[in-house]
Design a binder for this molecule. Structure first.
Ligand code: PAF
Length: 287
């Protein structure tokens, strides 16, 4: 596996692959890799000739009081996992390499898909994500890029700017990978104590219950949201940031779930903010 640290090295690597007629799959990550990321890598290997992972904790998508400094960084361990897939190259730049002195261009997706859910809670977050993902797709000359459903709003935002900016890449969404307990895999799970990890199962448990209710015929959005909230509120270590149910992928308010919808939650367990979601399949399928 090639380790690429500069934009020039990545451009050069991608150019060689393109000249050899290969398709390129890109898997952007912030490292601290887990099974969820590895599922993205495997999906990329299946679809593309060459797979490039990126490991970059992107400063511009973190707010001033968020966990940028303490976000887990363990590149050697990440490389070991990537080699086991195996991916062909990993791009691991410094912040100065990605945003050199004088850098002043950002990708901003306006409107109703960014002003709710995590966009409402984390101002500037999606501007940072859209900026870095645009740069990574361009540098890697990716034919396809792979993202997890756990960040479903992120996928919607990325698909939006890819379409709006005429970027020639296919964005794929890969299903959430869960621990046996149901807890969605996340790099932030490593902040949790054993007690908090147990409590964190309330996220997936509440979503599962709501999905079961939906499958038994409950389509009222307020009732489904209330089911989730009440279950989470009963967990003493949990505090709700949001429980929302929107149409998917448009992310528009609905009163009844008649077409495909996204039930999404953000919950603090102790000091750790976790997100999770479930797609409720109406007549129109999500992909
Ligand atoms: O989902 C993430 O880990 C990040 O938001 C991403 C897409 C790698 C951009 O920094």
């Amino acid at each position: 596996m090639k380790i690429l640290r500069t934009r020039k090295e990545l451009r050069e690597f991608s150019r060689e692959q393109k000249e050899a007629g290969k398709t390129i799959g890109l898997v952007p990550t912030m490292g601290a890799l887990h099974e969820g990321h590895l599922a993205l890598m495997r999906a990329a290997c299946e679809k593309c000739d060459v797979v490039i992972a990126s490991v970059f904790v992107n400063p511009v998508q973190f707010g001033p009081n968020e966990d940028y400094d303490k976000y887990p960084r363990r590149f050697a361990e990440d490389c070991r996992l990537l080699e086991g897939i195996p991916v062909d190259a990993v791009f691991h730049p410094t912040p100065e390499e990605m945003y050199p002195e004088g850098y002043c261009t950002y990708v901003q997706v306006d409107g109703s898909i960014t002003n709710k859910l995590c966009g409402a809670q984390r101002p500037g977050h999606f501007r940072g994500v859209a900026t870095v993902v645009t740069k990574l797709i361009n540098l890697a000359r990716a034919d396809e890029a792979f993202f997890g459903q756990k960040d479903a709003q992120q996928v919607v935002v990325i698909r939006r700017f890819v379409e709006d900016l005429d970027i020639n890449v296919h964005i794929r969404m890969v299903p959430i990978v869960r621990e046996e307990s149901g807890l969605a895999r996340s790099s932030r799970n490593m902040y949790l104590s054993a007690e908090e990890k147990k409590a964190a199962c309330v996220l997936s448990g509440s979503l599962r219950e709501a999905k079961e209710a939906f499958e038994k015929g409950e389509t009222d959005v307020d009732i489904l949201k209330r089911l989730v909230s009440e279950r989470i509120e009963a967990e003493p270590l949990a505090s709700i940031d949001y429980v929302e149910l929107f149409s998917f992928p448009a992310l528009q308010p609905i009163r009844k779930v008649s077409e495909t919808a996204l039930l999404a939650i953000a919950v603090k367990i102790g000091k750790t903010r976790l997100i999770d979601n479930v797609i409720l399949e109406g007549s129109q399928k999500a992909s």
